[in-house]
Design a binder for this molecule. Structure first.
Ligand SMILES: O=C1O[C@H](COP(=O)(O)O)[C@@H](O)[C@H](O)[C@H]1O
Length: 223
């Protein structure tokens, strides 16, 4: 694991967006396409806003979330809403977007088709992960009903999942797809998350799901 500490959140956002754009551009120099998997929640907005203006061939980049809350796309808790408002605009509006929320009653019905839509974009060029204070990442929550399945090396690519700590049913990408990305970044801010990260390093992924992704990750932190 590499750990990068920034003087403030603005510097973090500028630098991380620049690193992600460079890694996508590098992939586009050697290949026809690239893929970018991003988190929802509250932390990534400033990174998205900077990244959306990056001068890369966005029409060759496929963007998707690492997890989605099973709510309508215009719901305030929708991760897709965050993405459409803050990332898929400006130059990044040209990206190919795979929406994890399909409008079916449950995520269970949507999972197989979503897995087939995402599979051609593996290995993911860049994965950006967030982390909650409870050490969940994507929608891999401690205590979630299908966490062990989601962390297994033969996990299905996309998994419907429910957890007490999550307010609604979720859909999440699983360990193999996220951990085997070409570049893995974790974005955390504030002292509580720094402490949670330190704790996670000492625990098993079943207690601290973020632990499953740290070995090959660069963690970006600002106060
Ligand atoms: O529920 C979620 O939470 C995590 C962390 O979000 P944050 O608000 O603490 O930044 C996020 O990474 C995930 O995508 C989201 O669905």
């Amino acid at each position: 694991m590499a750990f990068k500490e920034y003087p403030d959140r603005e510097m973090l956002a500028l630098s991380l967006a620049d690193q992600i754009a460079s890694q996508l551009a590098q992939q586009l120099r050697t290949g026809d396409t690239a893929s970018l998997c991003v988190p929802g929640g509250t932390s990534p907005t400033p990174v998205f806003e900077t990244l959306s203006g990056a001068d890369i061939d966005w029409d060759r980049v496929t963007v998707f979330l690492g997890d989605e809350r099973w709510v309508d796309g215009d719901h305030k808790r929708s991760n897709g809403r965050l993405l459409r408002r803050h990332l898929l605009r400006d130059r990044a509006a040209a990206a190919n977007y795979i929406d994890l929320y399909t409008g079916t009653d449950t995520p269970d019905e949507a999972a197989p088709a979503l897995a087939e839509a995402i599979r051609p974009h593996l290995p993911i060029t860049v994965v950006l992960l967030g982390m909650g204070n409870d050490m969940h990442t994507a929608s891999l929550f401690p205590g979630a009903d299908r966490l062990a399945e989601g962390l297994a090396s033969d996990a299905p690519l996309v998994l419907p999942i429910r957890a007490e700590g999550a307010e609604e049913p979720r859909i999440t990408l699983t360990r193999p797809a996220l951990a085997d990305a070409m570049n893995v970044h974790v974005l955390i801010m504030g002292p509580e998350k720094r402490e949670a990260l330190e704790r996670a390093k000492t625990l098993d992924p079943i207690q601290a799901p973020i632990r499953a992704f740290l070995d090959n990750a660069t963690v970006h932190w600002a106060e």
